[in-house]
Design a protein around this ligand. Sequence first.
Ligand SMILES: *Cc1c(COP(=O)(O)O)cnc(C)c1O
Length: 408
Amino acid sequence: MIKRNPSIANIKAGYLFPEIAKRRREYAAAHPEANIISLGVGNTTEPILPHIDAGLVNGAKRLSTAEGYSGYGDEQGLTGLREKIAEVIYQGKVKSEEVFISDGAKCDIGRLQLLFGAGIPVAVQDPSYPVYVDGSVLIGAAGAWAGTGYGGISYLPCTAENDYFPDLSLIPENGLFYFCSPNNPTGAVANREQLGALVAAALRKGSVIIYDAAYAEYIRDPALPKSIYEIAGARTCAIEVNSFSKPAGFTGVRLGWTVVPLELSYASGEKVNADWNRICTTIFNGASNIAQAGGLVALESEGLKEIRELCDFYLGNAKLIRQALRELDITCVGGDNSPYIWARFPGRDSWEVFAEILEKCQVVTTPGAGFGPAGQSFIRFSAFGHRTDVEEACKRLSKLRITTDHTD
Ligand SMILES: *Cc1c(COP(=O)(O)O)cnc(C)c1O
């Protein structure tokens, strides 16, 4: 018989969201009358706005015409879209040949790991978006599970004590550091000074930053950087991934991009950009032409207005959730420049608090421990939801009396 890939065997069972779904199903089965509201998963809920949707529709319609039909396109994406991203998102700080269009940021994060393989040290913010760690395990870059984390992966705590920004002296040498800002799950956004220190640390250590900017369009404070390339030196140490999923509601449409600067090279001197091009052309066949047609109009001025409107809507939800938590005297961060609110329950186990909120309020949240050991006494509230559901959830939360150990 064929033998199982030992790296797959190494991955810990019970991925966070299936476990949450299971607990929700069990609760619903025991309480069939309950109207459960989810502030749990990071999935968009609101319709795609008309100008951007027309771009998708027109992209599909063109396929039925002899002049408009297109089959396989360039694996790197439509030249026009690469140029538009370089111009509109990066205002010329990035060249179009450094932009690679993808079917989403998560997929690219998985494929990016092929660039470096199994033989490198990996560091993540703790807590973090699960694909950084799980993808590293799949590629064989992690050791065995050791109770709260994998061997060979450095978990850099981001807690209330350090204002949710890690101790950069813990970044390994000649390795990869995954950094997400605005952060999922904490909602924290790194400022210019912090990102300057991050880039300086990566350059000093000879490490590469994988910068996940999937929530950049949620930044409302003009002083906060939206891209790592706003920081001097980032072009020699950082790869940036981004996506239309959260700003334009493209979670189901599937469209993202990755920037690999031409100045980024390996110890050998060879260019990372050339290898990324090779990976994209070898095991990826390009993003959907319909999705790319939507991406092109999303970056027109009317599309950008719709992106702003959609993000503002979710930020409005975030504000309601934050207010509800503050009234309960629950400490939280995030939600002002990001769609996530990270609430602190000192001395409590996050799965226990998750169960208590589900029991008392019929509201599904995400237990912080699912994002890493430092998430243990936190709950993530997601602002993705219909307004009426969020309002109802907040009303129910206001009745909540969660006990916390304030001596913590
Ligand atoms: C949702 C999300 C993404 C987006 O993934 P897509 O594959 O583009 O839908 C990427 N990173 C983080 C941190 C996310 O929360």
